[in-house]
Design a binder for this molecule. Structure first.
Ligand code: AMP
Length: 438
């Protein structure tokens, strides 16, 4: 038997409805905050993600799916959304000087990681990206949109962890201080951190192995090495978060895995025992040089990415149900071949009028067909037998009130539309028929 690749999953119909709803809420929130959708390829040129030798992040060094296409071009399945967005932003000249461009994307990402709960090799991310003059207000726009999404989904127990890495000058000062400090204590660091000391000493600060190590706890803090510009930027971000009542904790050890971040970095966490260290739902920060580094103009950016899989796990963990039960407006039961042939045309006409409906396509018994109507949670059951067909009538049972009426077939569409609009459509409260009744 063929099986799915390790670290991937099938989304079955019940789950697909939850995914679709999540995507709907995301689109709604993005629309509220004026982020427009961008769709970029799932694979890009290798260099889009592997930009320089100094990049020490696991994602870039160990986890990308790289391959040669049939024309011997080196390609990479995208492990994240930002680089592809920036590439598209530059290539399509989406920039307007001194204006802000706000984009969102959602789709699958690929990383060759060790699979576990909440960590897959193909997973879904949703991300926001904003390019334009470096404004702390834009950092807050991004964070507040993420918080708004979590609220729209019904999350209460979330917190923003935030830090600044400063601008280039501040970061270089801090980097030197850190190298000096950790070099003196190198024997007390884990083997990964020993390597990080060379390539990216800042990343030692968020080492999961050395988390409780006093050497890390007592390490110098970036806040003492920020220049005035960096300090002003970060303080303004915090001030604005306070003003709009978004709760945060400043975590001086938050540095983020990717090497392109500068100034503000943040994570939004969900307080959970079940997800263990997988409880980070969203992470992001400012990347002032990325557009320039990828060959574009000198336009800073700020962005974030949500792990949609973890978002759904957290929703399940919190018992938050974002979808209503599956339902149909009508289910047609037929008795005999002539009736089912006629029925197919009937339900096609109803569907054209916006009525969700289905019928049995097998020669199932009456009892089995009633069961199907039940399984589909249909609001109305339509019963068409030979007698009714000859008289061009149909029996219509309202499954909520249990009321049954016999109608002329020509009246059926109008009857259903009227009744669904008035009160009974528990999926939409009747709104889905507004159009067809106009
Ligand atoms: P990153 O792009 O590494 O900053 O990750 C952003 C978000 O994507 C994280 O907060 C996770 O929720 C999610 N994420 C990252 N890697 C995986 C993975 N392998 N499987 C599922 N979700 C992931």
């Amino acid at each position: 038997m063929l099986t799915k690749p390790k670290g991937t999953y099938d989304i079955l119909p019940n789950e697909a409805r939850i995914w679709a709803k999540l995507e709907t809420v995301i689109r709604k929130v993005c629309n509220l905050a004026n982020y427009e959708e961008i769709r970029t390829p799932i694979f890009e040129a290798y260099e889009t993600f592997h930009r320089n030798e100094d990049d020490s992040s696991d994602m870039v060094t160990k986890e990308t799916y790289d391959f040669l296409d049939r024309g011997d071009r080196k390609m990479t399945l995208r492990p994240e959304g930002t680089a592809g967005c920036v590439r598209a932003f530059i290539e399509n000249k989406l920039y307007v000087l001194n204006k802000v461009t706000k984009l969102f994307y959602l789709g699958p990402m690929f990383r060759y990681e060790r699979p576990q709960k909440g960590r897959y090799r193909q997973f879904m991310q949703f991300g926001l990206e904003a390019y334009g003059p470096k404004s702390p207000l834009l950092d807050v726009d991004i964070i507040s949109t993420a918080v708004m999404l979590l609220k729209a989904l019904g999350f209460m127990k979330v917190r923003v962890r935030i830090n600044t890495l400063g601008d280039k000058e501040s970061r270089n000062n801090y980097r030197n201080v850190l190298v000096d400090y950790f070099s003196k204590n190198i024997d007390l660091l884990c083997s990964d951190c020993k390597q990080r000391l060379e390539k990216n000493p800042l990343r030692i600060l968020d080492c999961k192995i050395d988390k409780e190590n006093v050497i890390l706890k007592n390490a110098p803090k970036i806040s003492d090495y920020l220049n005035d510009d960096s300090k002003t930027h970060f303080n303004k971000v915090l001030e604005e978060l306070d003003k709009i009542n978004i709760k945060y904790v400043v975590d001086p050890h938050l540095v983020r895995g990717l090497d392109y971040y500068s100034d503000t970095v943040f994570e939004i966490e969900y307080e959970s025992d079940v997800l263990g260290n997988q409880n980070v739902l969203c992470a992001g920060g400012r990347y002032n040089d990325l557009v320039k580094d990828l060959g574009g103009p000198d336009i800073p950016g700020v962005g974030l990415a949500f792990g949609m899989d973890r978002l759904l796990l957290a929703l399940a963990n919190e018992n938050i149900n974002i979808i209503k039960p599956k339902m149909l407006h009508a289910y047609l039961i037929t008795l005999g071949n002539d009736c089912s042939d006629y029925g197919l045309k009937l339900i096609y006409d109803l569907r054209l009028a916006g009525i969700t409906c289905d019928m049995s396509y097998t020669k199932a018994s009456l009892k089995a067909q009633f069961k199907e109507a039940d399984n589909n949670n249909s609001l109305f059951t339509l019963i068409l037998g030979e007698d009714e067909l000859n008289k061009q009538t149909i029996n219509v049972k309202n499954n909520q009130t249990k009321e049954q009426v016999t109608l002329n077939i020509s009246e059926l569409k109008g009857y259903l539309i009227k009744n669904l609009t008035q009160n009974s459509c528990h999926n939409c409260g009747g709104n889905c028929h507004e159009k067809s009744t106009n």
